[in-house]
Write a new protein. Structure first.
Length: 251
């Protein structure tokens, strides 16, 4: 499904040289709901909490957390800072449930679990879509507010080789929707903003963020929940192919 855009937002697809993607919720998804994984693991460490409620707590805490970005940090510090960021978030998730004496052990297992490729799966159309875009000679990047674990996840799921680069907010120093992370990807490939589009499942972080950087933001709305808005919208990654299929791609 596509939405017609105002003329100011129309894109000349003949100029497209690159497609950038969000990762979690766009290319990959957890094999279990986040709340279920959090609650099942917590039970092993003596904490009982309802999975659905934990899932709601996670979404709330995640949306209000500071950006997963550390401007000025040294490369050797990043993994530690990423882990600390997640630990503080998970602590907040469990705050209403009282003392959690074995939290450190719990968090270590949880953090390790979500860094394993087998804890994630590809959306059914991911491989086909990426292969078709690569065949057209397009540059493909991932722009994600995930952390360094994403590299191993993409590799383990067999799609890391599809991408020319993976830009992480913690490494760039800016998290979506900040225009700087989109500009970093454009600069890496010496592209103008109109030569790339970005696809992701977040209205503010992906669609609006890309637009703020002068790019076309494409909202991936698999469940058709967003209603009418001024962004181009698709319900499957494969729909990207349909509006690029008839357009020559610049080399």
């Amino acid at each position: 499904m596509f939405l017609l855009l105002p003329n100011a937002y129309c894109l000349n697809f003949m100029t497209i040289k690159a497609v950038f993607f969000d990762a979690a919720g766009t290319l990959i998804r957890p094999v279990r709901r986040v709340g279920e994984s959090y609650a099942l693991t917590a039970r092993k460490y003596g904490m009982e909490a309802p999975a659905e409620e934990i899932g709601q707590r996670f979404r709330s805490c995640f949306s209000s957390a500071p950006p997963l970005a550390f401007p000025g940090a040294q490369a050797r510090e990043l993994k530690g800072l990423e882990r600390q960021w997640w630990e503080e978030l998970v602590r907040r998730v469990f705050e209403p449930y009282g003392p959690f004496p074995r939290f450190e052990d719990y968090f270590s297992e949880l953090f390790s679990y979500f860094g394993r490729p087998d804890s994630w799966s590809l959306y059914p159309e991911t491989v086909e879509t990426l292969a078709a875009l690569k065949e057209r000679g397009l540059i493909l990047d991932v722009l994600s507010n995930f952390d360094s674990r994403l590299i191993g996840i993409l590799d383990g799921l067999g799609i890391a080789s599809c991408f020319d680069s993976v830009l992480l907010s913690s490494h760039v120093g800016y998290a979506k929707p900040a225009p700087e992370i989109f500009q970093a990807a454009l600069g890496l490939h010496q592209l103008n903003a109109e030569e790339a589009l970005h696809v992701g499942d977040s209205l503010d972080k992906d669609a609006a963020g890309a637009n703020s950087a002068g790019m076309m933001g494409v909202l991936l709305d698999r469940n058709n929940r967003s209603g009418l808005n001024s962004f181009r919208r698709v319900q499957s990654l494969k729909e990207i192919l349909s509006f690029l299929a008839s357009t020559p791609v610049q080399s």
